[in-house]
Design a binder for this molecule. Sequence first.
Ligand SMILES: Cc1cc2nc3c(=O)[nH]c(=O)nc-3n(C[C@H](O)[C@H](O)[C@H](O)COP(=O)(O)OP(=O)(O)OC[C@H]3O[C@@H](n4cnc5c(N)ncnc54)[C@H](O)[C@@H]3O)c2cc1C
Length: 416
Amino acid sequence: MKSTSKADFEVAVVGGGPSGSTAALVLARSGARVIVIDKAQFPRDKACGDVIGPKAVRILETLGVSRPADAIDLSDVAIVGPSGAAIRLPSEAGLDYSGIGWSCPRTSFDAHLLQAAVTNGACVRTARVEKIGSDSRRFELRLSDGTEVTSDYLIGADGSNSSTATQLDLVDSASLLLGFAARSYVTGKVELPTISLWNSDKRRLFPGYGWAFPSFGGRLNLGVGVGVGSNRKLGAAATKQVPIYAEMLYRTGIIEKPPTLGPLLGGWIKMGSSGTKAALGNALLVGDAAGFVNPLQGEGIAQAIASGKAAAEVILAGYGRPAKQYQNWIDDNLAPYQRAASVLHRLALQSPALASVATSVLFAKPLESVIASTWGIFWNDLADGAGRISGAGSARTLLKMLNYVDLLSNRYAPRP
Ligand SMILES: Cc1cc2nc3c(=O)[nH]c(=O)nc-3n(C[C@H](O)[C@H](O)[C@H](O)COP(=O)(O)OP(=O)(O)OC[C@H]3O[C@@H](n4cnc5c(N)ncnc54)[C@H](O)[C@@H]3O)c2cc1C
């Protein structure tokens, strides 16, 4: 990949994952001088279920990014409940999303997207950004290779533990809604991409879920994610659950052979835009750095790509006040769902017994077709762009109701 010794840029992007690469691609294509700085040499691995959701696929198509060679198409998904009952969530194209998602190992997906940015003219440097300074007009980034980069604008795309967000004082760690997830690859296949909800004891829903997604080359990406609120000490539970979950998949006949797990890789997930201010002056946070991950199912790549594109477009529009314009975009496009899904996530954390009862209702046979279509749209954050397809109306109603609950709970919450 192209490297540069030039230290002065219009835009410096910290992090070359999906959010940073998309921002760089859009900026570079319009002629901006942009550098992506990532501490890892690409291709690099990243803990993930490797599902590139339907919104992400659509945005990548509109940006002219091709499908990576080792991506496979995914459509319907099976959700298995605590009783073993399963529900099939249908996949259908909406107004702003594709009818399919991709399963693609992050090693190749992220390198593919970064390469697309480079092909469009972005520069890349492999180094850790150690210190970010700024005067009223420019940013000064000190890198681990001893060099400095200066820029007019800064995009923080450095993931859930973003040091850009910390250094710019944009994070309140006590208010974060965190999850930890770990995955492994195993040889095997499943009839449909499978997500399992289960109870840790008879009356308490395990606050998270397990997944087994088909992957390139006859493998499965198999993992577990748990919600931990803001308590990082609880994250280790996910790693411990992966072998238990793998065994359960075999015991319940979802996979045919006893799985032999490969190495486990885990990572933090910052959800629901919680505890993070996404923009300040000429600095914009995108993707996981801003905590845009879906609080219900852990998807973050679509939001990473969408926010990277939006941040780039706001800078290119030359408003002079990109933070305000970017925050408006977030308020219009991401915030309503992030708020609604956070209400449900926090409820499941606070009342696992209630969540357990509610989950069993979701698998009630007589309601199956209504629930499946609404669920597929709502929890994948597709309600706004779903047009008139089945389940869209009820998903939008649920979205509105939960936003109302959020509004009321903020208004009447006891003040510290
Ligand atoms: C186990 C697990 C499973 C998941 N499964 C899915 C899934 O199936 N589908 C989905 O959509 N989402 C999933 N997610 C979420 C998804 O991985 C993220 O939302 C997505 O990676 C966000 O992209 P990003 O570009 O914002 O950040 P990242 O992909 O995390 O990229 C950040 C980059 O910043 C670099 N960096 C960090 N600090 C510095 C620094 N100081 N200097 C320079 N570089 C730095 C890192 O090396 C990295 O390359 C999962 C997450 C986990 C942990």
